[in-house]
Design a protein around this ligand. Structure first.
Ligand code: NZQ
Ligand code: ZN
Length: 379
């Protein structure tokens, strides 16, 4: 087992009605609030009104930035940072899914400096401080509520990258499973695929960490046991709560301790599909996971088979891959690129951007030749 530091400063408020305590928490940081949200779902489902009510109760002065897109873009980060800087905000309140919260993380380190948000991704800038960030999560998937990572797209450089530091954690995250009742069936399923993918990226990382492996199995089994039930009962509190907690645990680093690293090869390829075809994040992963496993099958067949034994009760690597495909299909997630985005005519375009981004994992690296072979398995 590798040495590790366990550190997670986010205070997580989980359960029914937790937003009732939001105003008090916000007031700890000040009254000038940059409220960041997405395309308006929070106005339809009442979460916006709940947040505003809490902010009013402490007489906060609110500056709003909305319109953060799914697969968020760096231009929104810079525009929101400018609004926050100009109005000298004391804190950021992000209300939304991964796209909104990730953007808010980069906004929080961009406001104090004379840099663009992308400068942190390109290595031009290092954060020295951050504006406190409080979040209300509305979609269970990414784990952003309790990790330091923030994934943003830059169309100009054809990149979708992750960034994180000790300064990009949420100070507080509010998770009321009821706030996810209105998440559509497809995004609910993509969230389940995403949390499974996070568990797998840890499992296929380097190093031997048997307890972390067992946690991976437990999280995937929890998702499997409750995912299909939830898709047939979208306003079931207990099922929403179980999936929400599983998503948090899948990427709050609990499954990483004792490993050298995770892999993240599947994510790096999935990001290219989102960048090029605006594929929803979880949908990109349910396509890449089977292809990735098929490509690596000979090299790591025992590791894949061990996963299959613990998650599906099957014996071989082939059976495991087949079982993952069948599971993703059962929750109506795509498993081939032709299911959603594009046909084989796009191969050259995808390959070019995969090569440009040098996609691959920390443990299982991929060459340009590998990219072409793995890509063939997408259809
Ligand atoms: O735009 P709004 O109105 O917010 O609508 C969103 C969006 O259309 C909607 N939605 C969110 N909550 C809802 C809701 N609709 C109805 N009711 C609700 N309660 O759902 C759509 C998708 O939202 P988005 O935030 O994009 O989804 P998700 O949470 O899956 O986030 C995806 C982003 O996170 C990144 C992904 O790459 C992608 O850009 N990731 C972040 C990670 C992290 N920070 O650790 C790790 C992940 O692997 C991932 O890369
Ligand atoms: Zn993910």
């Amino acid at each position: 087992m590798e040495n590790f530091i366990m550190y997670n400063p986010t205070k997580l408020h989980f359960g029914r009605g937790v937003m009732d305590g939001l105003g008090k928490v916000v007031a700890e940081y000040g009254k000038r609030v940059l409220l960041v949200y997405g395309g308006g779902s929070i106005k339809k489902n009442g979460i916006y009104d709940k947040a505003i009510q809490q902010l009013k109760s402490i007489n906060a002065k609110v500056f709003e930035y909305h319109g953060i897109k799914p697969n968020p873009i760096i231009e929104d980060v810079d525009a929101a940072a400018e609004l926050g800087r100009k109005n000298k905000v004391d804190l950021i309140l992000a209300v939304g899914g991964g796209s909104v919260i990730d953007s808010a993380k980069i906004i929080s380190i961009t406001i104090p400096v004379n840099h663009t948000g992308w400068d942190f991704y390109s290595g031009k800038a290092k954060p020295k401080s951050s504006i406190p960030l409080v979040s209300v999560l509305t979609l269970a998937a990414t784990g952003t509520e309790m990790n330091p990572f923030a994934v943003v797209q830059n169309k100009a450089t054809q990149q979708k990258l992750g960034y994180g530091s000790d300064l990009t954690y949420n100070r507080h995250s509010f998770l009321d499973p009821e706030n996810t009742f209105s998440v559509s069936r497809d995004y609910t399923a993509y969230g389940i695929a995403d949390l499974i993918a996070h568990s797998l990226e840890a499992y296929f990382g380097a190093g031997e960490a048997t307890l972390s492996d067992k946690l991976v199995f437990a999280i995937i089994n929890e998702a499997k046991e409750n995912g299909n039930l939830l898709l047939n009962d979208l306003v079931n509190y207990d099922l929403r709560a179980k999936i929400m907690y599983a998503a948090t645990m899948a990427l709050n680093q609990t499954t990483m301790y004792g490993r050298v690293s995770g892999d993240w090869g599947v994510h790096s390829i999935g990001h290219i599909l989102s960048l090029l075809y605006d594929v929803a994040h979880g949908a990109s992963l349910s396509i890449v996971i089977p292809a990735w496993m098929k490509f690596h099958k000979e090299k790591i067949s025992a590791r894949i088979a061990f996963l299959g034994q613990n998650v599906f009760g099957v014996k071989t690597a082939d059976e495991t891959i087949h079982a993952f495909e069948a599971y993703f299909k059962s929750i109506e997630c795509p498993i081939r690129l032709s299911d959603i985005a594009t046909g084989k005519e796009s191969k050259a375009e995808i390959l070019k951007v995969m090569n440009l981004n040098k996609v691959g994992g920390a443990n299982h690296k991929l060459t340009n030749e590998d990219h072409a072979k793995i890509l063939d398995l997408f259809w």
